[in-house]
Design a protein around this ligand. Sequence first.
Ligand SMILES: C[S@@+](CC[C@H](N)C(=O)[O-])C[C@H]1O[C@@H](n2cnc3c(N)ncnc32)[C@H](O)[C@@H]1O
Length: 357
Amino acid sequence: MSLHHVDWEASSGVLAYLCVDAFLRDMVGARALATAFETGLIDHLQEYGDVVWDDAIHNLGLDGRGSRLLLQMLRAHGVLDAGQDSGRICLSGAFVEALRFRDILEAKLYFANLVAPDFTQLATALLMQPDVFFTHARLFKLFSYQYAETSTPENREQTARWMRITTALTHYEAAACLQAFDFSGYRNMLDVGGNSGEFVLQICEAHPTLQASVIDLPVVCDIGMQHVADHARGDAATRIRFVKHRREQPALPRGHDLISFKSMLHDWPEEPMVGFLQRAYDALPAGGTLMIFERCDSDIGAQQIGYGQLPLMMFFRSYRQPDVYAMHLARIGFRDIEMATVPLDIPFLLMTARKWE
Ligand SMILES: C[S@@+](CC[C@H](N)C(=O)[O-])C[C@H]1O[C@@H](n2cnc3c(N)ncnc32)[C@H](O)[C@@H]1O
């Protein structure tokens, strides 16, 4: 098996969104920041700029002593600049920059706060007893695909909750993928587990003749269709269609020259994961391309895992080494296997392979 490594370096600000992680590093600061969003303080400061603190508290109807502590926590967290005596405050320059990426900042905050008890209460199980962790962790209750089969108002709400997180992440990850991979030679792509369609939406907007299909669970497709209708620019929405996965019909639809798996395969143990790759092979025409864009198994390095990173790190057992994917692709019959590493919050592998005659 030969795996060709391709160098990739980000350009034109595609990684700029990672600046939000600086405001998610420690739990106290991040939780205080969530309160600043919840109380309307951030919106207030965004609207009025430099304000007198006491006036802001009064206008927002906030508790005095609690707000004083909040101010101190936000200042220590780098969110606010405040004169010691002047009584005036404003958002710090670094935080104003991070607010350009407010959707992902808020999504990561929400995700981290929601599953924080998984770490504070279940860290030993996380590290030593994966089955116990799986049974008790909020993380897996949040990402519960059982609600995505049948469309009811409750199932839609449950499913939309985690789709807001995946959609915000994908919005920025797609931009990096677009820079790392040349989609211009393709006419019709299929994104397996394509969720809200955000991934193909970005690609279709960048490539005006590309058609795309998303295959996913029924409720996910319903929410995705709405997402694409609400957010597409130009004619991109008319080039995207959703295919509802049916249990009794596991084969992937044919007619696509590119099949992608973005942050999808890590959800599955080895055998079903290989099943997806095999079905992609069967569905591709000769000359067709398969793409995997996934977080990969990597060391954390010298720096401690940030609070905002914890939810994604809790999937650490699911992330694979590139060689594992490459070995299965080669076994199935794929050729020209190439990979690059895309250094996002956790390093992503971008692997492509071709089906020959
Ligand atoms: C971890 S999410 C990744 C979603 C998206 N690709 C992203 O990057 O955020 C996995 C996706 O696979 C979908 N999924 C689960 N089982 C599936 C199946 N049998 N066929 C197609 N999609 C499936 C889920 O509904 C979900 O949207």
